[in-house]
Write a protein that binds this ligand. Structure first.
Ligand code: HEM
Length: 469
C-alpha cells in the first residue's frame, strides 16, 4: 500500500496513511493496519496521530480506572457538536455527567426493564406484522432498515412515550437519515485535508443537527402538553417513570436539583441515537450470522420453540427472556465479531508505562479497536469463526473480562446494555420462531461505516415456518 511505516521514539509503529486518505471504511482500514502492526500503533493522517490498541494485555491496563479514564477523542468531539453534554459525550469532570448519571441510573436497573418490556413486545409485533405482509408480496426485507425501524420505535415508546411510527412509513423516519448524516459528518470530519473549504458540508450538518433538535422539542412538548408529568421542582416525584419522566422531573438523589432544560435536550438526543443505532446493527449482524450458520440457527430455534411451543403469536413475559440463554450467546458472539460501536478511547490520568515498555504522558489518548481486541489470541486460533459456544458460562468464566468490551468499560460503560440485550434477545427469538429465512441473493458481508457498523445491503426473503412442514 501507499502507507509509510516508521518506528516512533517510544517504540510504537507509526503508519502514515495520508497518501491514500481515510476511505469510507476507516474502522476496517484500522483493522487491516492492526493485523500488520498491532497490538499498538499510531495512525498518522495529515500530521494528526491516533493511537490504537488491540491486545487483551494492553486493554486490561487501559481499563484500570486508577490509571486511565474515558476520553472524548476527536470523533466524540465531533458528536459533541450535536449531543453536547449528553451522557455519552460529556467530559468526566463536567458536573452534568454525574448528575444525569445518578438521576437516570434507576431507569436502567433490572426492574425498569420490566416496565419497558410491553413496549418492546408491541414494537416487535409491528415488525412481524410488516414481515408477514412481505411474505404475502414475496418481496425480500431490508434487514438493517427494519431493525432500525424496530429499535427507533422501541426507544421512542419505552423511553419517551413517543411513537415514531416507523412501520407506517415507506422510508425511514427522517430523524434516522438526519442522524446518520450527522454521524457520517462526525466521522469524515476526521479525514479533512488542510486548506480545503468544507463550509458547505458544515452548513448541511448544521441543518441536520437543527432538525434533530426540532424532533427532540416535539418529543418533549408531546409529554409536557399531555400533563403526564410536571417538570418538577426539587422533591417532586415524576408521575411518569420512563426516561423522559426522570429527565423532566426527578430530583438528584443527593442534592435535590433537577436537570436543566438545555441538558434535557442533549440527553433526549443522546438517548434517541445511542438507544437505537447500535442495537439495530447488533440485531442485523446476529441475523446475518444465523442465516449463514444452520447449526446455530437450529439451536436458537429449538430454544424459542421450547419456550413458545406452537403459539401463532407468542406472548413472552419479562422472565421468559432471561431463559433464552443460547439466543443471548448468539448476540454476544455477533457483538464479538462486529461490535457496532467499534472503538472507545481512554486517557492516561498520570504519566505511566504501558505494557512495561511504552512511556505514556498524562493526557495521552489511546483508542481501543474493539473488533481486533475481540480477535486477540485468547479467542483461539480461528477468531473469525462465528461460534456462540464461546459464550457458554464455562467458557466465559475461563476468560478475562477484559477480552470482551462491546459496551465499553468502567464507570462510563454503556448504561443501556440490559435494555439493548433484552430488546434484541426477545426479537431474535420471536423471529426464528416465526420465519424461515432464504438467503436469496447469496449475501456476501459488506460493512457500512457511519461511525457505527451495519451490514450493507443485507436483505433476506422470508417464509412462514409452518408452511415449511
Ligand atoms: C455508552 C455500546 C445500546 C445508551 C456506550 C459505550 C459503548 C456502547 C461502547 C461506551 C462509549 C465510550 O466509552 O466512549 C453500545 C452497544 C449497544 C448499546 C454496542 C447495543 C448493542 C445502548 C442503548 C442505550 C445506550 C439501548 C440507551 C437506551 C448509552 C449511553 C452511554 C453509552 C447513554 C454513555 C454512558 C455514560 O458515559 O455515562 N454504549 N450501546 N446504549 N450507551 Fe450504549
Amino acid at each position: 500500500s501507499a502507507d509509510t511505516v516508521t518506528l516512533g521514539d517510544d517504540g510504537i509503529p507509526v503508519v502514515d496513511i495520508t497518501a491514500a486518505g481515510l476511505s469510507r471504511t476507516p474502522l476496517q482500514r484500522a483493522m487491516g493496519i492492526a493485523r500488520d502492526h498491532g497490538p499498538i500503533f499510531r495512525r498518522r493522517l495529515h500530521g494528526r496521530d491516533a493511537t490504537f490498541v488491540t491486545s487483551v494485555d494492553l486493554v486490561t491496563e487501559l481499563a484500570d480506572e486508577t490509571r486511565f479514564e474515558k476520553a472524548i477523542g476527536p470523533a466524540l468531539e465531533n458528536v459533541r457538536e450535536f449531543a453536547a453534554d449528553g451522557l455519552f459525550t460529556a467530559y468526566n469532570d463536567e458536573p452534568n455527567w454525574a448528575k444525569a448519571h445518578d438521576i437516570l441510573m434507576p431507569a436502567f436497573a433490572l426492574g425498569s426493564m420490566r416496565t419497558y418490556h410491553p413496549a418492546m413486545l408491541k414494537v416487535a409485533r409491528r415488525l412481524m406484522a410488516s414481515w408477514d405482509r412481505r411474505i404475502a408480496d414475496g418481496a425480500p426485507v431490508d434487514v438493517p432498515d427494519d431493525m432500525t425501524r424496530m429499535t427507533l420505535d422501541t426507544i421512542g415508546l419505552a423511553g419517551f412515550g413517543f411513537d415514531f411510527e416507523s412501520f407506517g412509513r415507506e422510508q425511514p423516519h427522517p430523524f434516522v437519515d438526519a442522524m446518520v448524516r450527522c454521524l457520517e459528518w462526525s466521522m469524515t470530519r476526521l479525514a479533512r485535508k488542510p486548506g480545503v473549504d468544507y463550509s458547505e458540508k458544515d452548513e448541511a450538518f448544521r441543518a441536520d443537527a437543527d432538525y434533530l433538535a426540532s424532533v427532540v422539542d416535539e418529543v418533549i412538548s408531546a409529554r409536557t402538553a399531555s400533563g403526564d408529568t410536571s417538570p418538577g421542582s426539587a422533591g417532586e416525584t415524576p408521575t411518569a417513570d420512563d426516561l423522559l419522566g426522570l429527565m423532566l422531573g426527578a430530583p438528584h438523589p443527593v442534592d435535590g436539583t433537577t436537570l436543566d432544560t438545555a441538558n434535557i435536550r442533549n440527553q433526549v438526543i443522546t438517548f434517541l441515537i445511542a438507544g437505537h443505532e447500535t442495537t439495530s446493527g447488533a440485531l442485523s449482524f446476529a441475523l446475518y450470522h444465523l442465516l449463514k450458520d444452520p447449526v446455530a440457527l437450529r439451536l436458537a430455534r429449538r430454544e424459542a420453540d421450547e419456550l413458545f411451543g406452537d403459539a401463532a403469536d407468542p406472548d413472552p413475559s419479562f422472565e421468559d427472556i432471561g431463559k433464552l440463554a443460547f439466543t443471548r450467546q448468539v448476540l454476544n458472539e455477533a457483538l464479538r465479531l462486529w461490535p457496532t460501536a467499534a472503538a472507545f478511547s481512554r486517557r492516561a490520568k498520570t504519566d505511566t508505562v504501558l505494557g512495561g515498555r511504552y512511556a505514556v504522558k498524562a493526557g495521552e489518548i489511546f483508542t481501543v479497536l474493539t473488533p481486533m481486541l475481540h480477535r486477540d489470541p485468547v479467542w483461539g486460533d480461528n477468531p473469525e469463526l462465528f461460534d456462540p459456544a464461546r459464550f457458554s458460562p464455562e467458557a466465559e468464566a475461563a476468560r478475562s473480562p477484559h477480552a470482551y468490551k462491546p459496551f465499553g468499560t468502567g464507570e462510563r460503560a454503556c448504561i443501556g446494555r440490559q435494555f439493548a440485550l433484552h430488546e434484541a434477545t426477545m426479537l431474535l427469538a420471536l423471529l426464528v420462531h416465526r420465519y424461515r429465512f432464504e438467503d436469496h441473493g447469496d449475501y456476501a458481508l459488506s460493512i457500512k461505516e457511519t461511525l457505527t457498523l451495519k451490514p450493507d445491503g443485507f436483505t433476506v426473503r422470508l417464509a412462514e415456518r409452518s408452511a415449511a412442514h
